[in-house]
Design a protein around this ligand. Structure first.
Ligand code: BGC
Length: 370
């Protein structure tokens, strides 16, 4: 690279960094390191990014940020969304392999369904990062990167315990659980959240009138809003015509929206019949609006740009053969091997802190939440 060109690059890089620094001034976590000019010179190595669906805000953001961070480092990115269809995800990954991708970043739709396609990736020495959800039963997964789901599960459970004053001996309260699909890594979240509330269920301070307390009984296929709504409609009709539902542990924002729709059509949301304490996860725009309107109590803020930046750093390190940064090399066994993992922290967001966490940080603008 000649000197002028290099100087141009450096100026451009400092502008980009300055802008990123300003808009993210108060973010909760340290930002990923800037790409070096060396990585930009790396040429157009192809990285495949396979996301589950475009239908949730979460994956559009993750996909977009991954592309942005990787392209900044000089990589070519093939970003695909599979609309929650396992066969589409498999054929998209096959295509990435054929096109010569060096690294695959995959958020699986079904964690058990990628064994064969990843065997072919491994045979061609393509490295695989399991993104957000841990791909199971294959030794072809090289790394796992996610927000720590055990911590998230605990935060959800503890929020319910705190808001209901269960530690102070209050109750009994009526309580239901709305979980995610069984073919996701929901179990980690579910177990952590349920561990927190279970002593109160056992003690009779949380009463689950539906009797549905296992992950299978409370599951929501594909995290679909409509599925959660239909299940909650049934529960409300069958068990709550004469009872008030006081709290619902929803494991994410789409299921929380479905639950809210069912509650509202059963007359909740008035002074006489207030909405239950209701959790969520992802801090999606629709859900933050619901928090502001008092229809959802809290959500979990996962800074997806931060995760995507870290995964872009991991990808860069894999391709350059340098050390890949992880912080857990013991706890994530996928049935075939312990997968070296990078676990990030998240925060809970509610009406008291959303301005500081989401607006002041530049994650959303005030207008987006109107
Ligand atoms: C993610 C959640 C997301 C859910 C639905 C989970 O694997 O961890 O953040 O809400 O998938 O897409």
């Amino acid at each position: 690279m000649n000197k002028k060109l290099m100087a141009g690059w450096l100026i451009l890089l400092s502008i980009i960094l300055a802008i990123a620094g300003c808009s993210n001034a108060d973010k909760t976590q340290e930002k990923p390191e800037a790409s070096s000019s060396e990585s930009a010179a790396n040429g157009k190595v192809l990285v495949g990014v396979s996301m589950p669906t475009k239908s949730l805000q979460r994956w559009n953001q993750d996909g977009g940020y991954l592309k942005e961070h990787l392209e900044k480092k000089g990589y070519k990115v093939d970003l695909q969304f599979a609309e929650n269809k396992v066969e589409s995800q498999i054929s998209q990954i096959e295509n990435m392999i054929t096109m010569g991708a060096k690294v695959l970043i995959i958020a699986p739709i079904d964690v058990n369904a990628l064994v064969n396609v990843l065997d072919s990736a491994k045979a061609q020495d393509i490295k695989v990062i399991s993104y957000d959800r841990l791909i199971m039963n294959t030794d072809a997964v090289d790394y796992y990167a996610t927000f720590d789901n055990t911590i998230i599960g605990r935060m959800l459970g503890e929020y319910i315990v705190d808001q209901l004053g269960l530690k102070e001996g209050k109750g009994p309260y009526n309580f239901e659980i709305v979980s995610g699909p069984v073919n996701d890594t929901t179990a980690v979240l579910f177990n952590a959240a349920v561990d927190v509330v279970k002593p109160y269920i056992d003690e009779g301070k949380l009463v689950v009138r539906s009797g549905q307390t296992t992950m299978e009984q409370t599951a929501t296929p594909n995290w679909e809003e409509k599925e959660a709504q239909a299940r909650m409609d049934n529960i409300l009709t069958a068990f709550y015509t004469d009872e008030h539902l006081d709290a619902v542990l929803c494991l994410n924002d789409s299921t929380s929206l479905g639950t809210q729709a069912a509650l509202k059509s059963a007359g909740y949301g008035t002074a006489d019949k207030p909405m239950p304490i209701l959790t969520g996860q992802d801090a999606d725009i629709a859900n933050v609006k619901a928090i502001i309107a008092g229809e959802q109590s809290m959500s979990i803020f996962k800074d997806t740009s931060y995760l995507a930046g870290k995964v872009a750093d991991m990808t860069d390190a894999i391709i350059k053969g340098s050390e890949v940064s992880v912080n857990d090399t013991e706890n994530y066994h996928n049935g075939k091997r312990v997968v070296p993992s990078l676990l990030l922290e998240s925060k809970f967001v509610d009406k008291n802190n959303y301005k500081q966490l989401l607006i002041d940080s530049g994650y959303y603008t005030e207008d987006e939440l109107k």
